[in-house]
Design a protein around this ligand. Structure first.
Ligand SMILES: [Mg+2]
Length: 267
């Protein structure tokens, strides 16, 4: 377990970790400013593959946080980098938003727009899903195409405390028809952290994954073998943590305590 002041790259969940809806969490700005002032880095991680990095840059800036494109990483970007690196010859049909198609293509992945000639399917949180795409995915999976998905979340929260089916639910729908399961590349799979470590060159022992969900955020860190930090400022309670078989390296009230750990030595 690495002391927090020796961490060089903080991978941060967003909602419940640095913000609650439209409000920054107390101490989050100071924490992020200190990370930058000390020459360290932070990257916001999201499993949502329906929106692109620019949407999140804007959202984080509205909260008063410093954020450029290199401070945001989506499961769609992870999928693009993963496919580019691990399957450079793949011909990919993307069942996802136009934004995801653009993102994956930008990494140099060969995308087959209508599925013709594809040998690989990438399923995303497709908020533009229609019956033609459903048919194409089933045809390719029945034909033996390799199969990946951006994230396993069953639902996506929307305004008013309601939910919509997310990528994990779409995967269940396709499984009912084809008996195929994808490899999910988003949290809690370690792929996002592996891809970021390779991209940034920061060694695993100097990376921390910080989040409010024990079964996704903390588990991602545990799976990748980096320092894991649970913050109790969002979904998980101290009682949930005690009952869980996932063991974070640190359990903190909020990121404010990381800020305190980072500034302690200069007191
Ligand atoms: Mg969260």
């Amino acid at each position: 377990m690495t002391p927090l002041k020796d961490i060089r790259l903080f991978l941060l969940d967003m909602d419940g970790t640095v913000n609650l809806g439209f409000d920054p969490i107390d101490g989050a700005r100071e924490f992020l400013e200190t990370v930058r002032a000390q020459g360290k880095q932070y990257i916001f991680l999201t499993n949502n593959s329906s929106r692109n990095a620019d949407d999140y840059v804007e959202k984080m800036r509205r909260l008063g946080f410093f954020c450029d494109r290199e401070n945001v990483f989506t499961s769609g970007m992870a999928a693009g980098l993963y496919l580019r690196h691990e399957k450079p010859d793949a011909r990919v049909y993307v069942c996802g938003t136009r934004s995801l198609v653009r993102e994956v293509r930008a990494y140099g992945v060969t995308v087959c727009e209508d599925g013709a000639g594809a040998d690989t399917v990438l399923l995303g949180y497709d908020t533009e899903l229609d019956y033609g795409k459903i048919r194409t995915v089933c045809d390719l999976l029945d034909g033996g195409a390799d199969y990946y998905a951006t994230n396993c979340d069953m639902v996506c929260p929307i305004e008013g405390g309601r939910y919509l089916p997310d990528c994990g639910s779409f995967a269940d729908m396709f499984e009912n028809a084809t008996h195929r399961r994808p490899r999910f590349l988003g949290k809690p799979d370690r792929t996002m952290i592996d891809v970021i470590a390779r991209h940034t060159g920061v060694p695993y022992e100097q990376i921390a994954m910080v989040g409010d969900r024990i079964y996704t955020d903390v588990k991602t860190g545990v799976n990748a073998g980096v320092t894991s930090v649970l913050v109790l400022s969002g979904e998980t309670t101290a009682e949930d943590c005690r009952r869980s078989d996932v063991r974070p390296d640190y359990v903190l009230q909020s990121v404010k305590e990381i800020y305190e750990a980072l500034t302690e030595e200069s007191l």
